[in-house]
Structures are given as structure tokens and as C-alpha cells.
Design a protein around this ligand. Structure first.
Ligand code: KG4
Ligand code: ZN
Length: 347
């Protein structure tokens, strides 16, 4: 089974061809192409939806063509590519951006008479863990606790199998990535905040500032990160002229606060549901400090569990994870029932 996957939910324009056989535990990437308007957005300090959508409309078709070329997909004599299905992100995301992906997928589906599989971007992130990667040999065993940490979401889920994923809790206000981005702006770091805070933090002292760990001891699986921004702002206001050392210390301390909460809540879920694996995914899971801290926590507490995090380039938005999600969970839906839904959540 070969799937063309399309992802345009935010500032990326991405297409991939993935391949899987019925009993496979992970899918193989035949090609993965991505173009990001991140540099344009870095100039404005955040994503401007109109700018993102204009870029996507320019690049989507050439990117799909490149994905076919790189995967060496043959075409029939009437020019139909040798794929079985088309998967597309239908939400959540920016409506203009989503529409470009969804309408292109529908048009191609009509043209080539290929079934179309709508994919929820949030579930898509989980499936970055189900893509074959050189560095990760181990298979994932269920049940698993999944932490999705991206720019728009921070959620904990219990995954019993591909068709049984239960939402346990999520953020009540800002997502972890959103907190990184907002605080990055406050510290005058380039957009997106996450990777730039991680870089600054590597030279800082994480014990310098004692920022709050919101909801760390609460009995539920909820998160709250909006108060962190206020706490950092309060600290910044006491500094007359902020220098690189202070930015590094503030970055390290707030990164530690976010990581502490993410790990404590995930481990709480691990213990409560006696699972075999932890999967983390989404842009924030690209953070090496988060990964290392997780591994340390598991080792120090002698927790018998496998820990999985996708390679860095699969943590942030990409189309391979959308293809993988379609392969393991997807069901083709009649074309007329497929619509972009910016508000989609875990259901
Ligand atoms: O998953 P993603 O690419 O897009 C969404 O679906 O939101 O996540 C983007 C988010 C941004 O908030 C970005 O600051 C954050 O992921 N991020 C990081 C790192 N790399 C990206 N946060 C912390 N550390 C990183 N290394
Ligand atoms: Zn995402």
C-alpha cells in the first residue's frame, strides 16, 4: 500500500509518499518533501495566516511532484500515479492553509480515482513514532502513554491500540510550544521561541530563577502554561538592561519549569495505567533537554518502560506522520463528506 500524504495545517507545505504492508509495525518513507515559510514569519515574529496560505498555494503542486519524483513513483499510460490512497490533514490549523491541502487532495482524488483519507493533525503527530527511522530499531508495544506537545497543543493520551486512543487531559490555556514562543518574543529571541530558548538555555543556569510549575501536583492530567509568561515578564521588568547571560539563565530556568511539569504528569499517567511505552511527539518533543530529562527520570526511578521520541525532523510538522496515521487508523471517506475543520480536537 502506497499513500500520498499532504500536510498544510500551519506554515509548512509538505507532501510525502509512505509505504506499508498489512502486518507492518511501522511504515517506510519513500519520500518526504517540505517547504516552510518560517523565515518569512521570523521577520514578523509570528505566523500571519494570509502569508502562510499564499506561500502554500504557490508550492503545494511542485512539492507533490517532487515527492513523486523522489519516491520514483511510476505513472500509468493515462498519467495516473501508482499509489493506492491520498491522505490529507483536515484540521486543526489555519483555515486558509487547511483548505489549500484539502481542496488539492479532493481534486487529485477525483482526477486519479483514488480514495481519500482525512487525517486529524493531532493524531498525525503521534504517528511520527510509527515511521521507520534509522536510529530507532525497537517496536512500540501497547498500552502506551502519549504526550503530544506542539505549538497549539499539550495533551496526554492513553493508547491501547491503533483504534483505541483515549484523551486523559490537556492544557487549560497556552500550549507548551505557545509558552516557548511567547516567552521567546519577550526575551527578544527569534521566532519560533522553542529551539531558540533551548539554544540560549544551553549556556544558562536552570536554578537561577524559580519559576512556577503550574498544576504539577494536581490530581488530573491537565496543564496550564499561561502563568509562566507572566512570571517571566515580571522578572524581565526588574532587569534594567538585559544581557545574554540573563537571557540564558531565564531561558534555562523556564525551560526546566516546563519540562518538569510535562514529565511529572506523564509519569503519573504511566503509573496509573501501568503502560509499556511512552511516546512523545509534536514540535516541543524536538527539545533534547526534554528527552534527556525523561530518560534520566525513567532510569533514576527504575521505571520499566520503553521511551520513544521521533527523530528531530519528524517531531515538527511533516507529511510522513500524516501518511502513517492514515495507514494505521484511516478509513476512506466519500469526497463530499471531507471538509477542513480548524477546530478539530482529539475525539
Ligand atoms: O508540531 P509543530 O511543528 O507545530 C504545531 O502543530 O504546533 O510545533 C511547533 C512548536 C513551536 O511552538 C516551537 O517553538 C516548538 O514546537 N519547538 C520547540 C523546539 N522545536 C520546536 N520547543 C522547544 N524546544 C525545541 N527544540
Ligand atoms: Zn503540528
Amino acid at each position: 500500500m502506497k499513500i500520498l500524504a499532504i500536510e498544510t495545517s500551519c506554515d509548512e507545505t509538505a507532501a510525502a509518499i509512505i509505504e506499508g504492508k498489512p502486518k507492518d509495525k511501522k511504515v517506510k518513507i519513500l519520500s518526504n518533501v517540505i517547504s516552510s515559510s518560517l523565515k518569512l514569519h521570523a521577520k514578523t515574529g509570528g505566523i500571519i495566516p494570509e502569508v502562510a496560505a499564499r506561500e502554500q498555494i504557490k508550492y503545494l503542486i511542485p512539492i507533490i511532484e517532487e515527492a513523486f519524483k523522489k519516491a520514483k513513483i511510476k505513472t500509468s499510460k493515462d498519467n495516473i500515479p501508482d499509489i493506492d490512497q491520498i491522505a490529507v490533514t483536515i484540521g486543526p490549523g489555519l483555515i486558509g492553509s487547511l483548505l489549500i491541502g484539502v481542496e488539492t487532495a479532493k481534486t487529485l482524488s477525483l482526477l486519479w480515482k483514488k480514495p481519500i483519507i482525512p487525517v486529524n493533525h493531532l493524531y498525525g503527530h503521534i504517528y511520527a513514532n510509527f515511521v521507520k527511522q534509522d536510529a530507532i530499531k525497537k517496536d512500540i508495544t501497547f498500552p502506551a502513554i502519549v504526550l503530544v506537545v506542539s505549538g497549539g497543543h499539550t495533551d496526554l493520551l492513553l493508547m491501547r491500540n491503533h483504534n483505541n486512543i483515549k484523551w486523559l487531559g490537556g492544557t487549560r490555556d497556552d500550549a507548551a510550544g505557545e509558552a516557548f514562543d511567547k516567552i521567546g518574543r519577550l526575551l527578544n529571541l527569534p521566532y519560533p521561541g522553542g529551539p531558540n530558548i533551548e539554544e540560549a538555555a544551553s549556556k544558562g543556569d536552570e536554578k537561577k530563577y524559580n519559576f512556577p510549575r503550574p498544576l504539577i501536583g494536581s490530581l488530573d492530567f491537565d496543564f496550564s502554561f499561561s502563568g509562566l509568561k507572566t512570571a517571566v515578564l515580571r522578572e524581565v521588568k526588574t532587569i534594567v538592561k538585559i544581557d545574554n547571560k540573563q537571557v540564558a539563565d531565564l531561558s534555562a530556568s523556564l525551560q526546566k519549569a516546563i519540562i518538569d511539569v510535562l514529565i511529572r504528569k506523564t509519569i503519573k499517567a504511566v503509573k496509573e495505567y501501568s503502560v509499556k511505552s511512552i511516546l512523545i511527539s509534536g514540535g516541543v518533543s524536538a527539545n533534547k533537554k526534554l528527552e534527556n530529562q525523561f530518560l534520566k527520570e525513567i532510569k533514576d526511578n527504575k521505571i520499566n518502560i520503553d521511551f520513544f521520541v521521533p527523530e528531530k525532523w519528524l517531531c515538527t510538522d511533516n507529511a510522513s506522520m500524516i501518511g502513517a496515521c492514515a495507514f494505521f487508523r484511516g478509513k476512506p471517506i466519500p469526497l463530499e463528506k471531507i471538509t477542513a475543520n480548524p477546530e478539530l480536537y482529539f475525539n
